[in-house]
Design a protein around this ligand. Structure first.
Ligand SMILES: [Zn+2]
Length: 155
């Protein structure tokens, strides 16, 4: 997959230099495994478990931006984290996933300026996603088990 990191409308992001078909695995995330206590707001750590994070790899996987209407999503199996296309993606498009899908921290919020029609304004834990969005992400297989358990515990 030909991916490039460059500046886009929302700062540094990852763009594809070739078309990607719906359902294609785009990139596997790598980096050191960290506990919550080892992360900070300025690390590029991605949550992948209740108290498990994957830190910066130095590769394009560090720079994939959030969107409330993403073109990709993460499938997490144990400590294996892969980004998959959830629709066809054209050459030159920026890759994105919905950060809420892996978030289960209780204290995390991030304001969003993705400017898509369905922008939620504030990015919070996956368990708080609007029901229709939640259902769609679950059907796509891009909501990890720990986030699904956390939402189930809310009911
Ligand atoms: Zn947004």
């Amino acid at each position: 997959m030909k991916l490039v990191v460059r500046n886009g409308t929302h700062g540094r992001g990852v763009f594809t230099e070739e078309p990607i078909s719906d359902g294609t695995r785009i990139i596997r995330f790598s980096g050191p495994f960290l506990r919550y206590a080892e992360t900070s707001p300025t690390t590029y750590a991605l949550q992948i478990g209740p108290d498990l994070y994957i830190g910066a790899s130095g590769g394009p996987d560090d720079y994939i931006n959030h969107s409330c209407e993403p073109n990709a999503g993460l499938r997490i199996a144990g400590t294996t984290v892969d980004l998959y296309a959830i629709r066809d993606i054209a050459t030159g498009e920026e890759l994105s996933f919905d950060y809420s899908t892996t978030l289960d921290e209780d204290d995390f919020t991030m304001s969003c300026q993705c400017c898509t029609p369905s922008c939620r304004g504030t990015i919070r834990d996956g368990k708080y996603l609007p029901y229709d969005v939640w259902q769609r992400y679950v059907a796509l297989g891009i909501v990890p088990e720990y986030v699904q358990r956390s939402r189930a515990a809310l009911a």
